[in-house]
Design a protein around this ligand. Structure first.
Ligand code: S3P
Length: 441
């Protein structure tokens, strides 16, 4: 039986969102800043790091492997400080499995981090992570010479036996995944020659952009990334910009809540991450991005957004899905309020996220009387401008942070209070989500 305290009541805001705000540090860039600093020789200085469950999993993992992490909480809630990496000495053999919690990025990137070292490290995670596919990572790493036990296993726990004799490969990835791309490139740093990865459509390129800060030579083309090995990373200084995936929730809330007008500052504007802005524009929303500068090679700036009265459905082609891969749940909620049908092409990857997000979207939209269905791999949402929620709605986050925030926005932007089961999962990427919304009211 579900304990009542695990259900959070979300009341309609009733007032517009107004003002200027910031979002916490980017989760993908924070993971990479910690993992790459741990691999590097010397002391890296990193700031703006997201303080959340997933990033804590990466910090704990590299500490177990011998990196010295001294990060402290700052006034704005971010983490800043130093990481002393293991450099050419390599990581130490941990005396127990590394528990990556809920974090797919930690588990999958770690396999690439461990690839060049002759250790036996068991990688595991929570119940959700133990259901997520890992063969997509182990298959290319096996081609490079890494062994895994059990051999060919899809699910964690998996033990990684690295090798000093990694082979450079040229790999055609079966799916677009930045986690897969990163694991291969990290292993490629220690192989002789150039390791190249091609993907069906471009996934986020933070790895290719960040590794040169540590002295590595990479290329970052449209659907191809490569790294030249061998290359020992050297410590550097990094600033993590705000997370566009977190900004997407505030942006969509402002689009839906009458008379809202907000500015979100210091957000990463990496084009592989702001597909949601393009999608909202095509739906008729009033959203504007302004470039302000770059942190290393990562562009950042502001997102300005106003309430948008009449939204219309649109079609998002398959090659753009990687640019909204974490935003499909919240965009499907916006689509529920738009006139006409929105189609998200080829979204099967959403089935293997923290939960099956396709099932969860269909179920949640069904609860509020919105027609949504799958045709093959395509997700359809038939919108209802002026949609009214019934006061009894109980959404289930399924312990998935992005679903918890999506259904919370249904309540905040709707006409009746809703319940969200296990809302607490927001701690994975955006612990102060509700407080940030409150501050804008
Ligand atoms: C991430 C890549 C994406 C994304 C995840 C973070 C990353 O996953 O969904 O939240 O930091 O590399 P895939 O690589 O599985 O697409």
């Amino acid at each position: 039986m579900l304990n009542k305290s695990q259900q959070t009541t979300i009341e309609p805001l009733g007032v517009p969102l107004k003002g200027t705000t910031k979002v916490p540090g980017d989760k993908s860039i924070s993971h990479r800043a910690i993992l790459f600093s741990a691999m590097a020789k010397g002391t890296s200085h990193i700031s703006g790091v997201l303080d959340s469950g997933d990033v804590r999993s990466s910090i704990a993992a590299v500490e177990k492997l011998g990196a010295q992490v001294k990060l402290e909480s700052q006034a704005d809630g971010s983490l800043a400080g130093t990481v002393v990496g293991w450099g050419e000495n390599g990581p130490v053999q941990p005396d127990e499995p590394i528990d990556c919690g809920n974090s797919g990025t930690t588990a999958r990137l770690l396999m690439g981090v461990l690839a060049p070292w002759e250790l036996d490290v068991t990688v595991t995670g929570d119940a959700s992570l133990q259901r997520r596919p890992m063969r997509r990572i182990t298959a290319p790493l096996m081609k490079m010479g890494v062994r895994f036990a059990p051999d060919g296993q899809e699910l964690l726990p998996i033990t990684v036996h690295g090798t000093k004799n990694l082979k450079a490969i040229s790999y055609a990835a079966p799916m677009s995944s930045a986690q897969l791309k990163t694991a291969v490139l990290l292993a490629g740093l220690y192989a002789q020659g150039t390791t190249t990865l091609n993907e069906p459509s471009p996934s986020r390129n933070h790895t290719e952009l960040m590794l040169p800060e540590f002295g590595a030579v990479t290329t970052a083309a449209d659907r191809t990334a490569s790294v030249k090995g061998p290359s020992l990373l050297k410590a550097c200084e990094l600033k993590v910009p705000g997370d566009p995936s977190s900004a997407a929730f505030l942006t969509c809330a402002a689009v839906l809540v009458k008379d809202s007008d907000i500015v979100i500052e210091n957000v990463s504007l990496n084009t592989a991450r702001i597909g949601f802005v393009r999608t909202l524009e095509r739906m008729g929303a009033d959203v504007l991005v302004r470039h302000k500068g770059s942190a290393g090679k990562e562009p950042f700036g502001t997102i300005e957004v106003r309430f948008s009265g009449l939204l219309r459905g649109c079609e998002i082609p398959a090659d753009k899905i990687p640019t909204i891969v974490d935003e499909v749940p919240i965009l499907s909620l916006v689509a529920a309020f738009a006139k006409g049908v929105t189609v998200f092409r080829e979204v099967d990857e959403l089935r293997v996220k923290e939960t099956d997000r396709i099932e969860a979207i269909l179920e949640g939209l069904g609860l509020i009387g919105v027609d949504a269905w799958m045709d093959g791999s395509d997700l359809y949402v038939e919108g209802q401008p002026g949609l009214q929620l019934s006061p009894e709605t109980v959404f289930d986050s399924k312990n998935d942070h992005r679903l918890a925030m999506t259904w919370a926005i249904a309540g905040l932007a709707g006409n009746a209070p809703v319940q969200v089961k296990n809302f607490d999962s927001v701690k994975i990427s955006y612990p102060h989500f509700l407080q940030d919304i409150e501050r804008l009211t």
